[in-house]
Design a binder for this molecule. Structure first.
Ligand code: SF4
Ligand code: SF4
Length: 233
């Protein structure tokens, strides 16, 4: 008899969760909102006048721990310069078979040329597609990321590229919170800063969704311990 009870007792947890809010999503049809500082596929930015921000200094390539960036700089043609600097990024490649999306390249860049979108759903069927060229990484004439056929872009993933760069500039000094220390971008203008770690962060202004609100119920200690089968307080 006790075996019968043990059998049905095993369903107790299932039935208890039937009336609780569903935490799973129908991925990939339905994606969760992305975090403001999500590290995704890179973009090469341009100034508001259309000039490229990259000056071909190779600092991003030097700092990359995965050695997946290849840059070659070239002197700007005097008659039709590509960037405002002496040089510009003539060749720029990122090998996404190696990239670990650490964003060290973003932090090293002196001109905010390289930043990251929130897209991480992109997969390839050959090596050539995985090595993005400058022509693919450079933002389009409206200032937004170009979209490759194998990339799964959704709403908001092209917004606020480089949230991480804005959050950590410069060196994470709290006294610089809220100060704009970056240049405008083509089609977007000067991006608004994040408001640090406090509750005053403006998700609407930074183009992000309040994911922490959505996750709040999962941070509740009572629910967390219950899901793990541990003692409730
Ligand atoms: S995100 Fe990290 S691993 Fe990827 S290219 Fe930048 S520095 Fe390299
Ligand atoms: S992306 Fe930035 S760090 Fe890399 S070569 Fe261009 S200017 Fe230098």
């Amino acid at each position: 008899m006790s075996r019968v009870w043990d059998f049905f007792g095993g369903f107790r947890l299932t039935f208890r969760h039937l009336s609780r809010p569903r935490v799973t999503r129908g991925y990939p049809e339905e994606k969760r909102p992305k975090q403001p500082r999500q590290h995704g596929r890179h973009v090469l930015n341009r100034y508001e006048d259309g000039m490229e921000k990259c000056i071909g200094c190779e600092l991003c390539a030097g700092v990359c721990p995965a050695k997946c960036i290849y840059v070659r700089g070239l002197d700007n043609p005097p008659d039709h310069p590509v960037s405002p600097g002496e040089r510009y990024g003539y060749v720029y490649e990122i090998n996404y078979l190696r990239c670990i999306h650490c964003d060290l390249c973003v932090e090293a860049c002196p001109t905010q040329a390289i930043t990251e979108s929130k897209l991480f759903e992109f997969s390839f069927t050959n090596r050539a597609d995985a090595i993005y060229q400058k022509s693919q990484l450079l933002v389009d004439d409206q200032g937004f990321p170009q979209r490759m056929p194998w990339e799964d872009w959704r709403e908001g993933e092209a917004a606020m590229t480089g949230g991480w760069m804005r959050a950590t500039s410069p060196a994470g000094d709290a006294s610089f919170e809220g100060l704009v220390q970056w240049s405008g971008e083509l089609g977007v203008g000067v991006r608004v800063p994040e408001a640090g770690q406090g509750d005053s962060r403006d998700d609407a202004a930074t183009g992000t969704k309040a994911l922490r609100v959505e996750f709040a119920k999962h941070f509740d200690p009572d629910q967390r311990e219950d899901r793990r089968g541990g003692p409730k307080k």
